[in-house]
Design a binder for this molecule. Structure first.
Ligand code: GLU
Length: 456
């Protein structure tokens, strides 16, 4: 990939435009973010010294509603990445038809090196710095990589203090006692799972025959693995930032999750690498031919001969360099942007089906929308209501995109973008197109759309 990650991300627009109902001006609008804020966050460290962290908040497009998207704490955060992540949020919210645009935030920090008090001060400091930029009707943050419900709780509290008014709808992914929604914590993985279940139905899969590799064992990776494992799918490989394990007869995911999260501080200090040989907890992996499994690297995991490959870590994992070596039949993108644009063509030419991130991981923001609705209504839903509404949205949009892919003979990413930008194009056109504003000689606008057709 020679382009920066944002430039790479928006190349998908041009390809999809051919199959979408969107005019050139609407596309032009989507090519650049609406606004970008860079902030400095001074934090008093436990040893008395002052450290200044750099952070960003990007609002990509708010035509369909307030901008929405997570805040990431990671040492590699950079502006092009936050812009790409905000762009993907715009497309993702339109894919699932929720009334939000896209935004994203990030702080350049290794949060694992902070004490709990330093982490709290940084979280509150970030909100102090962006408070004029966000709000329940403007821009609504949520968790992302290395941020969690407790951090969202601190952030909501800080915003409420600044406004001198309790404002739960300013942020989603909060702890449930502070106004969070039931079903939000596993929503990203659950949304992915509902997509896989639709594919299972279409392809007539028997779960026991399906070999799965999951790259990344954070929140989303753990939940999708847990749900698939409970249905009988054979999860043969998992990994985290320290490396991975491979066990052809299958990994006991319940055990792996217990192992990974045991003694968890804010961030897990344990790796899945030690899992199949963990003596301390009951482990059902210890039967079968390769009882201890073997170690693999993250790179090797991506090239395993499996039916389903689930990248659930960070961007730029499947690239022009390794795409030719990917052997999975289906890739389901739980991470945002795990595949670069130059890898797309290689994967497509190999006949690999890619369920793209803007669809596969949209469950998280969908339940964030439910949380925002509940906060504003002051009426809280049961977990059954949350899950059944999520299921309905994910299966409906999955099938619409799958049908578009089949009907037009295109790849699923292009179909997802076409589906998404058709919705965005309609909304942008309602504010007037060049056709509408370039009046005909009799002074009447020369084109009409739904928004310009009179009621009577
Ligand atoms: N960070 C998540 C994502 O990338 C969730 C965003 C949200 O809930 O607003 O989709």
């Amino acid at each position: 990939m020679t382009n920066d990650i944002f430039t790479d991300a928006i190349t998908r627009l041009d390809k999809a435009a051919e199959y979408a109902n969107i005019d050139a001006e609407a596309l032009l609008k989507l090519r650049t973010p609406k606004s970008i804020l860079e902030v400095s966050i001074p934090v008093r460290m436990d040893n008395g010294s002052l450290q200044v962290f750099k952070g960003y908040r990007v609002r990509h497009d708010d035509t369909r509603g307030p901008t929405k998207g997570g805040i990431r704490f990671h040492p590699n955060v950079h502006l092009a990445e936050v812009k790409a992540l905000a762009f993907w949020m715009t497309c993702k919210c339109a894919v699932v038809g929720i009334p939000f645009g896209g935004g994203k935030g990030g702080v350049i920090v290794d949060p694992k090196k902070l004490s709990r008090l330093e982490l709290e001060r940084l979280s509150r400091g970030y909100i102090e710095a962006v408070a004029d930029f966000i709000g329940p009707e403007t821009d609504i943050p949520a968790p992302d990589v290395y941020t969690n419900a407790m951090i969202m709780g601190w952030m909501m509290d800080e915003y409420s203090k600044i406004r001198r008014q309790r404002t739960p709808a300013v942020i989603t992914g909060k702890p449930i006692p502070l106004g969070g929604s039931l079903g939000r914590s596993d929503a990203t993985g659950r949304g992915t799972y509902y997509c896989i279940k639709e594919l299972e139905r279409i392809r007539g899969w028997n779960p026991e025959d399906i070999r799965v590799a999951v790259q990344g064992f954070g929140n989303a990776g753990q939940h999708v693995a847990r749900l698939l494992f409970a249905d009988g799918y054979r999860i043969v490989a998992i990994s985290d930032s320290q490396g991975g394990i491979l066990r052809n007869s299958g990994i006991d995911i319940t055990c792996a999750i217990k192992h990974k999260n045991a003694g968890r501080n804010v961030y897990s200090e344990r790796s899945v690498c030690g899992c199949p040989i963990c003596g301390s907890i009951e482990c059902h992996c210890k039967t079968g031919d390769d009882s201890n499994g073997s170690s693999i690297t993250n790179e090797e995991l991506l090239e395993l001969d499996v039916d389903l490959l689930i990248p659930a870590a960070l961007e730029d994992q499947i690239t022009g360099d390794n795409a030719a070596r990917v052997k999975a039949a289906v890739i389901v993108e739980v991470a945002n942007g795990p595949t670069t644009a130059d890898a797309d063509d290689i994967l497509n030419s190999k006949g690999i089906l890619v369920i793209p991130d803007i669809l596969a991981n949209a469950g998280g923001v969908t339940v964030s929308y439910f949380e925002w609705v509940q906060n504003r209504a002051g009426d809280y839903w049961t977990v059954d209501k949350v899950e059944s509404r999520l299921h309905k949205i994910m299966s409906l949009e999955f099938n619409a995109i799958h049908d578009l892919m089949t009907d037009r003979g295109i790849d699923m990413r292009t179909a997802a973008y076409a589906h998404s930008i058709s919705r965005l194009g309609k909304a942008i056109a309602c504010q007037g197109t060049s056709q509408f504003f370039s009046a005909s000689p009799d002074g009447k606008p020369n084109a009409e759309n739904e928004a310009t057709t009179s009621e009577h």
